[in-house]
Each structure stands twice: as C-alpha cells, then as structure tokens.
Design a protein around this ligand. Structure first.
Ligand code: NAG
Ligand code: NAG
Ligand code: NAG
Ligand code: NAG
Ligand code: NAG
Ligand code: NAG
Length: 472
C-alpha cells in the first residue's frame, strides 16, 4: 500500500530556470522541499475518528491527525478513497515537512460551520497537498446555499503565509464563494488543478497573492468569475497552460491607489492561456485615488492568449466599477507587454480586442502591443480603443508624442488580419453547468493524470507539447 500511496518525488525533474521574460521565477525552488518518499509517517484520518460514510464530520479527525501525528514532520495526513462529510472548518497552523494526501471526495454540508473557509493551511512550510489517484476533490455544494439563499459560505481551500508548498491533482467543485485562495505565499507550485464552479459571479477559481516565486500551470477553470486572479502584493509569478471555460478570464486586481494599501505587482508572466466564451481574456482593474502614481503593476508579459468568442479581449480599466472619483491619482501601469493574442471577440465594434481605459492622471507607459491576430464573431469591424496609453503597437501612442495629456485613440479595422482563421469551439467548452443543481465532480474527465501515474492525457489538442510536465 505504501509505495502506491506515496508517489516518487516530482520536483527534482523540474530543473529548468525560466529566462524568456520579465518573470524571474526559479523552478528549482518552487514546491515542497522534502520529497513524498520521505514523508513516510502515515497519519490516516480513519485512525483519528473519521468514517468514510459521507455523514460523520471529518473536521475533528483531520485536526487531530495533524496535531498528534503530522505536525512533527516527515509525515502524510492521509484521506483514503471514499466519501467524506465536512461540517466544521479545519485550520492547520504551522508545521513543516508534511503532506496532505486527499484520495477521496470531501463534501461540505450546506449547514456546516466553517467561518469562511473549509480547510486552511497557515504559517507552514514544505507542504504538499495532493491526490495520488485523481479522485481527491472538495465539493462545496454551493447550489444548496444558492437555492435556499442561506447556508455556509466557505472557500474550499486557503493557504496563508506559507512557503515551499505544492498543490496538485485536486478537483474543486461548486464553492458557494471562491475555490482556491493563496495569501502571502512564496515558492509555491500549483498544477493539475480542476475547478468546476457555477455560472455565476463571486465564484473565483484561484486568487493568488504571491510574495515571491510562484508557478501555476496546467489548470482548468469553469465558472463565471475570475479564472485565475493575481492579487497585490505579488512578484515573480509564472502562470501558464491555463484553460478558462465560460469564466471571467484571467485578471489582475481589483487594485486600490490608497497610500496604505497601494498595489505592488511586478514580474508576472501569463502565457499559453486558452479562453472559451469568457467575459475577457485578461483584465487589469484598478480604482482611482491616492496622489499621483500610487502603487504599480509593472514589468510583466502576457503572451500566447487564445480565445473562442470572448466578450472582451484585453480589457484594462483604471476606473473600475465606474469609480471616477477621487481622480487624484492611480495605480501606475508600466512595462507591460501583450503579444501573440489570437481568436475572436464576440462583438468587435462595441468591444474590440484591445480596450484600455487608462487613468487621465497617471497614463500607462511602456505598453507593448503586438501580434493581435483577432477578429469578431458578430459585426464586420473591430474598434480598438486606447485611453491614455503610451508605448508601441495598435492604438498606443508613441512615448515621443506630445506631452502627457489625456487622450483617446481609437483604431477601426474593417477586415480580418492577414492569414486569420476563425477558431472552432474547443471540445472542453460545451455549455452546461447550472446554478441551482449539483455540479458533477468527476465528469467530464480532468485533463491531467496524477503525476504519480505519469503521462498527461491529451483530451485537448493544445495540451500536446505544453503540459508535458514530467519531462520538462
Ligand atoms: C523584474 O523584471 C525586470 C525587467 O525584466 C528585471 O529587471 C528585474 O530584475 C525583475 N525583478 C526581479 C525581482 O526579479
Ligand atoms: C499565523 O502566525 C501569525 C503570526 O504569528 C499569527 O498572527 C496567526 O494567528 C497564525 N495563524 C494561525 C491560524 O494561528
Ligand atoms: C454526501 O452527502 C451530501 C449531503 O450533505 C449529498 O448532497 C451528497 O450527494 C453526498 N455525496 C455522495 C458522494 O454521496
Ligand atoms: C445539518 O443538516 C442535517 C440534515 O441535512 C442535519 O442532520 C444536521 O443536524 C444539521 N446540522 C446542523 C449543525 O444544524
Ligand atoms: C502564439 O500563441 C499560440 C497559442 O494561441 C501558440 O500556439 C503559438 O505557438 C504562439 N506563437 C508564438 C510565435 O509564440
Ligand atoms: C466547460 O463548461 C461547461 C459549462 O458551461 C461544462 O458543461 C463543460 O463540461 C466544461 N468543460 C470542462 C472541461 O469542465
């Protein structure tokens, strides 16, 4: 049982640093430090009072498996295959060199008592949270809360102030609120994550605030709010090979320009992002305020974005949610490169592939827009709009132009870019999840096999060559 339980370490195979862009992540130092093969002490929750009957609350059993077994290290909290009920929130504070192996399905009761989070791991280092059999899942049963307008409102998994952590091969289903949240993490790796949320706002897939060096990849999110959202403060984050299905898409924000909470986001790379009928491909959203330039989003690259019928493409809004006052300052956006975006927006006339509403107090500078091979599903022209944007490409004004002054440039294009071919709807993008009915946990099949059992599957053609994590 043991060798099956503890797959061989993955991380030593990820020995390639990343040089190609602004992001300075070091793939050697993301993830748990101690290999699973050394976390040999098994803290099986069934030995601490849990029952796989989907009715006994396993909250107390997880806590006691942690406190009396895993916290001393070189240990694995083990949830064997089966169905479990979680009715009380679990907070695991401190600890290092442990794993949390979830090989069963944890279902939150709708009347559980969670204080906002089902499972929290905090102040920990060298932790690996994973499933070895691909059946590790947490189902929030958010539909019951929505049906009854009452019930629990728990985030499914939250990691706070943790370093050297990895989380992989898990499925998060139907949170009544956000699915997976990282606050103040560093040296983090998250991959082979599947999120199935309802078609509704307020259901973020992943929110990440990374103080340094995080690598998120091979992730699929179905929902109707953020797919993956980078929060402040964050630096040195690489996010790649992500599938956003019917969601809001990728984002950075919402960011404030108040002096005490000013945004600090730098060296982010997002690339190989696949968007199916999302609200946008990428949004950067900030509120006005502060005095002059207050806080920043800088030195970041957003490349190889692909979309099928997205509402917005690149959408930058510095007056987010129509906040126009106090128009005294703004988060400074600079050194941002957007390149190789392909696919279709829904209505290119009302929402072209590029819509940038910059602050007229603090204009965007050093913005590079290139290779937007995009066209429109409806209408017969696209209208790109840049308000207060300096840089190169499309509607950006060259920085040698007139002194910084508020301006709006619109560029209308009446024929598709040379060589443009309309994308077809991807196999993973069919319509379906409801809001008030249960969301299936295991169907359709997830895109990835657990790393412990090797090769990724190739359900989606674009996966080939991108998600070959084991041989990187
Ligand atoms: C962030 O990117 C800039 C521009 O590429 C680079 O000069 C800087 O060293 C990077 N910062 C960190 C902390 O790696
Ligand atoms: C984590 O550590 C911080 C700082 O010591 C402390 O304030 C916080 O309460 C700890 N978290 C938990 C869950 O105990
Ligand atoms: C577990 O119990 C919940 C009731 O809280 C139910 O809705 C759910 O369908 C059950 N799950 C399984 C897998 O039996
Ligand atoms: C939650 O609801 C179940 C029935 O679905 C009931 O058995 C249980 O006692 C309730 N728990 C609380 C804490 O109200
Ligand atoms: C552009 O992005 C597409 C994915 O949409 C990718 O297949 C292609 O290789 C990228 N091109 C370059 C030059 O990186
Ligand atoms: C994409 O979203 C739809 C719901 O709109 C769902 O039916 C489909 O299964 C999702 N695809 C995946 C791979 O989860």
């Amino acid at each position: 049982m043991f060798s099956k339980l503890l797959p061989s370490a993955l991380l030593p195979t990820l020995l390639i640093s990343f040089f190609a862009s602004a992001t300075q992540i070091d793939r050697r130092s993301v993830g748990a430090l101690t290999p699973l093969s050394s976390k040999t002490k098994v803290c099986n929750i069934l030995d601490y009072g849990a029952v796989a009957d989907n009715s006994t609350d396993i909250g107390p059993a997880i806590k006691s498996a942690f406190a009396s077994c895993a916290i001393s290290g070189r240990a694995t909290i083990y949830i064997p295959p089966g169905s479990y009920s979680l009715q009380t929130g679990v907070v695991l504070n401190k600890g290092s060199s442990y794993a949390f192996q979830i090989d069963g399905l944890i279902t939150l009761t709708s009347n559980g008592s969670f204080s906002g989070n089902a499972i929290v791991i905090e102040n920990a280092s060298d932790v690996e949270v994973f499933s070895s059999n691909g059946l590790g899942a947490i189902n929030g049963q958010g539909y019951i809360t929505r049906l009854t307008s009452s019930g629990q409102n728990a985030r499914l998994l939250r990691l706070v102030s943790c370093t050297s952590i990895s989380i992989h091969d898990l499925i998060f289903v139907d949170s009544p609120t956000f699915h997976l949240v990282f606050n103040s993490v560093s040296n983090m790796e998250a991959y082979h994550i599947t999120i199935r949320g309802p078609s509704l706002g307020g259901t973020d897939g992943i929110d990440v605030a990374c103080t340094d060096n995080c690598y998120l990849h091979d992730i699929e999110v179905t929902n109707r709010d953020e797919c993956i959202s980078v929060k402040s403060p964050s630096q040195n984050v690489l996010i790649e090979d992500v599938y956003c299905n019917q969601s809001s898409g990728m984002s950075i924000g919402s960011l404030t320009a108040d002096a005490d909470t000013a945004a600090a986001i730098s060296n982010i790379t997002m690339r190989n992002i696949y968007i199916h009928q999302c609200t946008q491909m990428l949004m950067i959203k900030t509120f006005p305020g502060g005095t002059g330039a207050t806080g920043y989003v800088k030195d970041s690259v957003f490349e190889n974005f692909w979309a099928y019928d997205t509402t917005y493409g690149l959408d930058i809004d510095q007056y987010w949610e129509s906040h126009t006052t106090p128009n005294t300052g703004a988060v400074a956006l600079s050194g941002l490169t957007f390149k190789n975006w392909t696919g279709t927006v829904d209505n290119g006339l009302s929402r072209g592939p590029i819509v940038i509403g910059g602050s007229n107090v603090v204009p965007l500078t050093d913005i590079m827009l290139s290779d937007f091979s995009m066209w429109t599903v409806n209408e017969n022209k696209i209208l790109n709009q840049c308000k207060n944007v300096y840089g190169t490409g499309y509607c950006a004004a060259t920085s040698t132009a007139a002194a910084l002054a508020a301006f709006t440039t619109t560029v209308t294009t009446t024929s598709p870019p040379a060589g443009f071919t309309s994308p077809t709807s991807p196999a993973w993008g069919v319509a379906g999840y409801g809001i008030t009915i249960p969301i299936p946990v295991y169907t359709p099949a997830v895109f990835w096999s657990p790393v412990s059992s090797g090769v990724a599957n190739s359900l989606f053609p674009f996966c080939a060559g991108f998600d070959d994590i084991g041989s990187e």
